[in-house]
Design a protein around this ligand. Structure first.
Ligand code: KE4
Length: 427
């Protein structure tokens, strides 16, 4: 597979862009390659700078649930930008998107749009601290909530991929406000609550983690968090930047029937344009400026283009569409497991709606310690390279997720399944 154009672009990029990429996990370091520079995408396929074509299971890390260059999204963008791209003033489109989010996610009574998942989790954390008057937050090892100082503690995604789960540059005074618990381990949360009575503002969690690979949550664990928060007047924040409008129309909270006090969104609600949002209980969100004393702002927050792409996306995501996405994703992951088994290789798979993952291990993966000690990342790297050669583009890290879109055809799935058989046999 010729990748000379990508290599030349990468060498040139490193002269101007630190690390040659604008987000670390794109650097392909964990899979022993240099990054592919993507020229274009259409539907479920992308083409790199050398003209190689791939079936894409990254989908820009989740936003593109309708696939690349979806006609309805392009039409909405064309219509919107004909009237200008940004005003720094309220527009009808942000009201429409807010109403679509509220209609799909009943726990959200008020919402604030921002420009990334980072900003969404930062805003949710600040309003939780403002509302409770408390400083500490509980997060879980391996969960990733964007590159926010207080949350880059034992963080997943690229931080774990590159071996910096505790980033340099985060002052100890900030890190001290972050308390670490273990996913699927309610006892580890209860211990922190007992050690820090009246000090914890929020428990922040990815209800289905997708940043240490995809880990299956135990329902009793998630329900237990809700009970602890109710008892201790702690706010429960579901970070649904990845799972929102991805695992179900109402997100993970709809799947599990648990209402958080605040939810963060990103990715899908912007249809591929820069976006984030946080929202939830009216009494909490009413504290956000200008209604209240918790300040948060942004030049391009609620910008018309992201709102237009988000509206087009959410309007296309009906319950029937999610049902079909789920069936296709389930078929793919069953074939994934069968192909590995046929090659005598043990893997663990997970699938929730159009979000999937797998680990190279025979042991169940319950938390970050499992994911980082029992997942054969070397075998993953070899598998990644084999699938890339076979024209299938996966996330270049064992600590990420895979995403299916409505654009993935039967033929795509058949081709992917055929590639699985060949590549597993080479491992
Ligand atoms: P962004 O700031 O990247 O829009 O969102 C941060 C974020 C927050 N919460 C969750 C659960 C997330 O998964 C993310 C971002 N996800 C990663 C992929 N695992 C983005 C890819 C990247 O960092 O380049």
């Amino acid at each position: 597979m010729l990748t000379s154009q990508s290599l030349a672009l990468f060498q040139r990029a490193q002269e101007s862009i630190t690390g040659g990429v604008n987000s670390p996990v794109r650097a392909f370091r964990a899979v022993g390659l240099t990054p592919l520079f993507i020229q274009r995408g259409a539907g479920s396929h992308i083409w790199d700078a050398d003209g190689n074509e791939y079936i894409d299971y990254v989908g820009s890390w989740g936003p593109l649930i309708l696939g690349h260059a979806h006609p309805a999204i392009l039409a909405a963008l064309r219509e919107t930008m004909a009237g200008g791209t940004s005003f720094g003033a309220p527009t009808e489109r942000e009201v429409v998107l807010a109403e679509l989010v509220k209609e799909a996610v009943p726990s959200v009574e008020l919402v604030r749009f921002v420009n990334s998942g980072n900003e969404a989790t930062q805003g949710a954390l600040r309003v939780a601290r403002g509302f409770t008057g408390r400083a500490k937050v509980v997060k879980f090892e391996g969960c990733y909530h964007g590159s926010v100082d207080a949350l880059l503690i034992k963080a997943g995604s690229g931080a774990t991929t590159l071996g910096v789960p505790d980033s340099a540059g985060v002052p100890a005074a900030v890190a001290e406000t972050t308390l670490l618990a273990r996913f699927n381990d309610l006892g580890s949360v209860l211990e922190l609550v007992e050690q820090h009575p009246g000090e914890i503002a929020a428990i922040l969690i990815e209800p289905i983690p997708g940043n240490m690979g995809v880990v299956v949550p135990e329902l009793a664990f998630l329900r237990g968090l809700r009970e602890i928060c109710d008892r201790e007047a702690i706010l429960l924040i579901f970070d649904e930047v990845m799972t929102g409008f991805r695992v179900a129309r109402g997100g993970a909270q709809a799947l599990f029937g648990i209402s958080p006090d605040l939810t963060t969104f990103g990715k899908v609600i912007g249809g591929g344009l820069p976006v984030g949002a946080y929202g939830g209980r009216r009494d909490v969100m009413s504290l956000v400026a200008p209604s209240g004393p918790v300040y948060q702002a942004g030049t391009l927050s609620g910008n018309p283009l992201a709102m237009a792409a988000g509206i087009a996306t959410l309007r296309a995501l009906t319950e029937d569409v999610f049902a079909e996405l789920g069936r296709n994703a389930q078929r793919l992951m069953e074939a994934w497991a069968a192909a590995a088994k046929a090659a005598g290789i043990a893997i663990q798979t997970a699938q929730f709606g159009a979000m999937m993952g797998f680990f190279f291990t025979e042991r169940p993966i319950r938390d970050y310690a499992d994911a980082t000690s029992h997942n054969d990342t070397r075998r993953f790297a070899a598998f990644f390279r084999g699938m890339l050669e076979a024209g299938v583009y996966l996330a270049p890290s064992a600590f990420e997720a895979m995403f299916l879109s409505t654009a993935h055809s039967e033929r795509d799935l058949d081709q992917t399944i055929a590639a699985l058989g060949k590549v597993f046999a080479t491992l």
